[in-house]
Design a protein around this ligand. Structure first.
Ligand code: NCD
Ligand code: ZN
Length: 345
């Protein structure tokens, strides 16, 4: 039995670092595990221009623990009025490496998102020309579409036509949650990839609803039926270069989740690698973990691989019931569980 695994330093291709005191409280968890992370722009107000993104990057760097060499990779938040020249300028300057498309009102912090793809078509055409990745929250928001169907319907109505129309546009279908999404990614060309979160590999919707309502298992896109979880595990561990690690760690204060209208988001940053490696171990695919965690992402984005390595070893690690993030109590993913692998410091 393998008791230890050493891989090239990994990156997290989807994180929410928030801002202010909470940023300072959560960024050390991501910086401890990952060399780089794609930072989501859904702040309030959202990061919609170069100046705002640059200032946010500086706040992230200032919030890092002493001696950290973590690099935030920034993203731009697309709105109906995003200017294609601003996008091209910011990408060329290295202000951001990608742009994020939230359908308006799909999730936390998406109120200023895009109301119709047609409104951003000039921007997407420009991104295709300059080779800039588009990161997509893939859910429709129509009131008449059931929340468990919103990803599959998005593929049909929005994503498939978009990928067909802009066939060279680099697209990351973020945090996929269904077998339909995995099938779509698999059948698309090499310009289409996807991130997969640890929670969607570990839990199905029963975790949220059986024996009482469990707000800490609630995120968007919401966890689906077991067959979807199994399809995602198969995809992540398949060895396909189209899938890579993106935790979608999304911290919310405990009291804002344990509420009559609790926030969507799972805070998985503290034990993200431990959580993922367990899945690869269970699937007999430890030899494929490095590609998922450390190789496929940078290759898709056209960024260099990290130098250095991290080591995980078999052995119990207890996940606390609550984490103190600089004064904010947050319940982490796997709270109260014992995981079977630990990151060697
Ligand atoms: C994210 C958040 O809280 O910012 N929430 C979530 O459930 N994943 C937003 C998002 O990525 O959908
Ligand atoms: Zn997210």
């Amino acid at each position: 039995m393998t008791t230890q695994i050493t891989i090239r330093r990994p990156d997290d291709w989807h994180v929410h670092l928030r801002d202010g005191a909470l940023l300072k409280g959560v960024v050390p968890f991501t910086a401890r595990q990952f060399a780089r992370a794609i930072v989501m722009p859904n702040l309030s107000p959202p990061m919609t221009d170069i100046a705002g993104v640059n200032a946010y990057r500086e706040r992230i760097i200032a919030a890092l623990p002493e001696g950290s060499d973590f690099t935030p990779l920034m993203t731009l938040y697309l709105t109906d009025s995003t200017d294609a020249d601003e996008v091209e300028r910011g990408f060329a300057q290295g202000a951001f490496v990608a742009a994020k498309l939230y359908p308006a009102h799909a999730t936390t912090g998406s109120a200023h998102g895009v109301t119709a793809i047609a409104n951003v078509m000039p921007v997407l055409e420009r991104m295709q020309t300059i080779g800039m990745p588009l990161l997509i929250h893939g859910e429709v928001t129509d009131a008449d579409v059931d929340i468990f169907d919103r990803e599959a319907v998005f593929i049909e109505r929005t994503l498939a036509p978009l990928v067909h129309q802009l066939s060279d546009l680099k697209v990351v279908f973020e945090h996929i949650t269904t077998e339909e999404a995995a099938a779509f990614v698999e059948s698309a060309g090499p310009q289409v990839a996807a991130t997969i979160t640890p929670q969607h590999l570990h839990i199905n919707r029963n975790a949220m609803l059986v024996g009482g309502i469990r707000p800490h298992a609630y995120c968007l896109p919401v966890a689906k039926r077991e067959k979807h979880r199994l399809a995602l595990r198969k995809a992540a561990t398949s060895g396909s270069t189209k899938y890579f690690l993106g935790t979608d760690t999304a911290p919310h204060a405990q009291h804002l989740k344990e509420a009559s209208c609790g926030c969507a988001g799972i805070f998985n940053a503290p034990f993200a690698l431990e959580s993922y490696v367990q899945v690869f171990d269970d699937e007999g695919a430890l030899d494929r973990f490095e590609a998922f965690a450390s190789l496929n992402g940078p290759r898709f984005y056209g960024l260099p691989l990290n130098e250095g390595t991290v080591t995980l070893e078999r052995g119990p690690v207890n996940v606390p019931a609550v984490v103190d993030a600089n004064g904010t109590a947050i319940v982490p993913f796997h709270a109260g569980e014992t995981l079977g692998w630990r990151l060697v410091a």
